[in-house]
Design a protein around this ligand. Structure first.
Ligand code: RFL
Ligand code: PHB
Length: 393
């Protein structure tokens, strides 16, 4: 089989790249190791930047999001008993949209199927080859048969544990990493959200977040120990701890119910540089991870692939002669990635209890929060980063 761009991974990065390339008339094939149901079963992101919603519309996969997504014009921070609302609309003129990653992925998968675009699910042992030359290809096994997918370029959209970054020669990439000494315990429940806007909480029992997937489905997170066992967190234990961390009037109106998903995610900041090696381009979690505190992961995946799609479109429009966009992809993507890393790290540092935080550290956090409360400039900085910095496209 031959195509123009071979995409490894059918997460949001791979699927959105495929849709944007198709719009630009560029043939692509996606090779994914899991089944569609498995991919859809991963409960992850919920909050889309305006730039991401615009990209989904541009890709022709935004109609349901426009109907069902819930616009958000602000968030609330509840810090040691003091509440502060950050008004995105007033501070930046932009808004965020609640629309789950599962729904984004489903819309992109449905669109791809309706267009008849090739996606190979349950592909085993995918491996990129020849990307340091001009004829790269991806090998994989499907139903016991070996396949060879020849392409002009390979896009590594295969997430943090994928094969593409791992296939780069030793010394070709530099990795920068920070692992945080706690995790997020998340619960999904068919109960009405406790607030129509997100509430990020920090207090002596640690971080909490009240978010949602719809007007009838809530999502809550608690900072937990890295070695906590999910079996030790019954639904009752979760709700009881959440009530202790939410502001009392919010806790009083919390509606609890059986969880439909419960999981613990570690928190990590990670960047691999560069994001290109020859004809192999990394995008999304394959190249970088942020802690979820700023809701940037999926949004960064979307901004990477927007840049990659427009660089590939320039290449093909110039009959293969215009490599400027491709040559600058890594540098331009990383400029935005590092700023989102900075914001996610800062917001995580402000809103969590660190085991090593002594008296000085907690007073620094308090001073940071007090400064935010008293300074519109500081609130604007938060809002500008939260709604997403401009795309580099
Ligand atoms: P994905 O989603 O991991 O998809 C990668 C795909 O590649 C496949 N794959 C392979 N396929 C073939 N061969 C191989 N060898 C392969 N190895 C892997 C995988 O099966 C998978 O289908 O990466 P992508 O596309 O880059 O998307 C990134 C996002 O999933 C991620 O950044 C977000 O979920 C992060 N995130 C959030 N991001 C936001 O923007 N807003 C949020 O509100 C938000 N909340 C979150 C989050 C992540 C969380 N967790 C669990 C880490 C909340 C949580 C709790
Ligand atoms: C979510 O809705 O899952 C979510 C929202 C905001 C975050 C992280 C996760 O910062």
């Amino acid at each position: 089989m031959r195509t123009q761009v071979a995409i490894v991974g059918a997460g949001p990065a791979g699927l959105l790249l495929g849709a944007l390339l198709h719009r630009a008339g560029i043939a692509n094939v996606i090779v994914e190791q899991r089944s569609p149901d498995y991919v859809l079963g991963r409960i992850r992101a919920g909050l889309l930047e305006q730039g991401t919603t615009e990209l989904l519309l541009q890709a022709g996969a935004g109609a349901r999001m426009q109907r069902e997504g819930i616009p958000h014009e602000g968030v609330e921070l509840a810090f040691n008993g003091t509440r502060l609302r950050i008004d995105f609309q007033a501070l930046t003129g932009q808004r965020m949209t609640i629309y789950g990653q599962t729904e984004v992925t489903r819309d992109l998968m449905d669109q791809r199927a309706a267009l008849g675009l090739p996606t190979v699910y349950e592909a085993e042992a995918a491996q990129p080859h020849g990307f340091d030359g001009t004829h790269p290809w991806v090998s994989y096994r499907k139903d016991g048969v070996e396949h060879h997918l020849a392409a002009d370029f390979i896009a590594g959209c295969d997430g943090f544990h994928g094969i593409c970054r791992a296939a780069l020669p030793a010394g070709a990439v530099s990795c920068f990493e920070k692992v945080y000494p706690f995790g997020w315990l998340g619960i999904l429940a068919d109960t009405p959200p406790v607030s129509h806007e997100l509430i990020y909480g920090q207090g002596e029992r640690g971080f909490s977040l009240a978010t949602m997937r719809s007007t009838t489905r809530s999502r809550y997170y608690l900072q937990c120990a890295l070695d906590d066992d999910i079996k030790g967190w019954s639904d009752d234990a979760f709700w009881a701890e959440l009530k202790l961390r939410l502001p009392p009037d919010v806790a009083a109106r919390l509606v609890t119910g059986p969880s439909i998903e419960k999981s613990i995610a570690p928190l990590r900041s990670f960047v691999a540089e560069p994001m290109r090696f020859g004809r192999l381009f990394l995008a999304g979690d394959a190249a970088h991870i942020v802690p979820p505190t700023g809701a940037k992961g999926l949004n960064l995946a979307a901004s990477d692939v927007a840049l990659l799609a427009s660089s590939l479109a320039d290449f093909y429009a110039g009959a293969g002669g215009d490599t400027v966009g491709l040559d600058h992809y890594s540098q331009r993507a990383l400029a935005r990635v590092w700023k989102a890393e900075r914001f996610s790290w800062w917001f995580t540092s402000l809103m969590h209890r660190f085991p090593e935080t002594g008296g000085f550290g907690s007073r620094m956090q308090q001073a940071e929060f007090d400064y935010l409360c008293g300074s519109e400039a500081a609130q604007r900085v938060l809002a500008e980063n939260y709604v997403g910095l401009p795309l580099a496209v």
